[in-house]
Write a protein of this length. Structure first.
Length: 202
């Protein structure tokens, strides 16, 4: 699972040309909506001796709605991927559709407490990716906190920008917006990489 290198995205040059043309002609660019994405919130930190990425969003939806979008296969596939198998067995097969994957990889369910807690470990040739999603609701608004633990130091920027991208895709899908309009290369990486830098120890 590599949530920081989406494939088949338009190039930055094509993106900027489209924006410029839309301004000159007075025609809205359907692929770009400044209100589509939220303000980035992510940061890197040291936690329990490892490096971690933390990304959060306040979502105008109930906790049950948000839980459905991070656990139900037909909703999950609209913004990142899908899964098959029996979660009660502690592992499912996850397919990263957003990046064109054609082979599922095992994802172990470490903790699942509906509708507040989903902690998983994605297993791939790149290693074990520990991802925790925690939800909290107040006044029909849900706070989503995503924590990716044990991130290699040289991948903090790419991984952090990738999770900002995917969380924004989740929010767009939940709102019924055009998920495909969210552009990783133009708006996330390398644009957001620096916010995930962390000073070396010592």
């Amino acid at each position: 699972m590599t949530p920081w290198t989406p494939s088949l995205l338009p190039s930055l040059r094509r993106r900027e040309d489209a924006r410029a043309a839309s301004v000159l002609l007075g025609i809205p660019d359907a692929r770009y909506d400044p209100a589509m994405t939220s303000q980035p919130t992510g940061y890197a930190e040291r936690r329990d001796g490892v490096l971690a990425i933390v990304v959060s969003r306040q979502i105008e939806a109930t906790i049950d709605d948000v839980w459905g979008w991070i656990t139900t296969p037909d909703k999950l596939e609209q913004w990142i991927g899908t899964w098959s198998g029996d979660p009660a067995q502690g592992v499912v097969d996850f397919l990263m559709l957003a990046e064109g994957a054609d082979k599922p990889e095992p994802m172990r369910v470490r903790t699942c407490v509906p509708p507040t807690t989903l902690h998983v470990t994605a297993e791939s040739t790149m290693g074990h990716w520990l991802v925790n999603i925690d939800l909290e609701e107040a006044s029909a608004r849900t706070t989503l906190s995503l924590t990716h633990l044990n991130v290699p130091a040289d991948m903090l920027g790419a991984v952090g920008a990738g999770w900002e991208y995917y969380v924004d895709r989740l929010v767009a899908a939940l709102r019924g917006d055009d998920v495909a309009a969210i552009d990783f290369e133009a708006d996330y990486f390398p644009a957001l990489a620096d916010r995930f830098s962390i000073p070396p120890e010592g």
